[in-house]
Design a protein around this ligand. Structure first.
Ligand SMILES: Cc1cc2nc3c(=O)[nH]c(=O)nc-3n(C[C@H](O)[C@H](O)[C@H](O)COP(=O)(O)O)c2cc1C
Length: 148
C-alpha cells in the first residue's frame, strides 16, 4: 500500500520483498526473534540489498514476540548504500497502536545505527486494519514533504 501510494503521487517505488529461505513455524519464529538474530539466510539476490540508487528507503516488517523479526533485521544489516539516506519505517503487529512505541523505537534505533535518517513511521496494527489505506497515505505524505 505504501509503494502504491508513492507511485500514485508520481514517484517511482521499487518494492523489495525480504524473502525467507524456509518459513519458520510460530515457535521457531518467536525464538529466532527473541534471540534478535540478524544474520539469517535470505533468498534475496544481491541487487535486492543494494539501496545505493534510492533517494529514500522505507523498511519494515512484522513484530514477533516483542521484537523486530529476524528477516527485517538481517536485511538492515546486509543492505548497502543506506548511509545518510532519509527513511521511513513501519511495523506490522497485532498490538493496540498505542502500545507499539517501544517497537517503533527499536526499529528506529536499528535503522539509525545503519546510517539511515528516520523521518517517519507507520504502525500497521491488525487492530486498525480498516485504516491501512488512510495510514499509508498520511505516512507517504509525511515522507514526501520532508524537505519542502
Ligand atoms: C511468532 C509470532 C509472534 C508474534 N508476536 C507479536 C508481538 O509480540 N506483538 C504483536 O503486536 N504482534 C505479534 N505477532 C503478530 C504479528 O506481528 C502479525 O501476525 C503480523 O504483523 C502479520 O499480520 P497477519 O498475521 O495478519 O498477517 C506475532 C506473530 C507471530 C507469528
Amino acid at each position: 500500500m505504501v509503494a502504491e501510494e508513492v507511485r500514485r503521487r508520481g514517484h517511482e517505488a521499487n518494492l523489495v520483498r525480504i524473502k525467507h529461505v524456509k518459513r519458520p513455524g510460530f515457535l521457531k519464529a518467536a525464538r529466532m526473534s527473541i534471540k534478535q538474530l540478524e544474520d539469517v539466510e535470505l533468498n534475496n539476490v544481491e541487487a535486492d540489498l543494494d539501496m545505493s540508487s534510492a533517494d529514500m528507503v522505507v523498511i519494515g516488517g512484522p513484530i514477533f514476540a516483542g521484537n523486530v523479526n529476524p528477516f527485517t533485521r538481517t536485511f538492515l544489516t546486509r543492505a548497502k548504500g543506506l548511509e545518510g539516506k532519509p527513511a521511513g519505517i513501519f511495523i506490522c503487529c497485532s498490538s493496540q497502536p498505542d502500545d507499539t512505541i517501544e517497537y517503533i523505537e527499536m526499529l528506529t534505533k536499528m535503522a539509525n545505527d545503519r546510517g539511515l535518517q528516520v523521518k517517519g513511521s507507520l504502525v500497521g496494527s491488525t487492530k486498525v486494519k480498516d485504516q491501512y489505506a488512510q495510514l499509508s497515505k498520511a505516512f507517504v505524505e509525511e515522507l514526501l514533504t520532508l524537505d519542502t
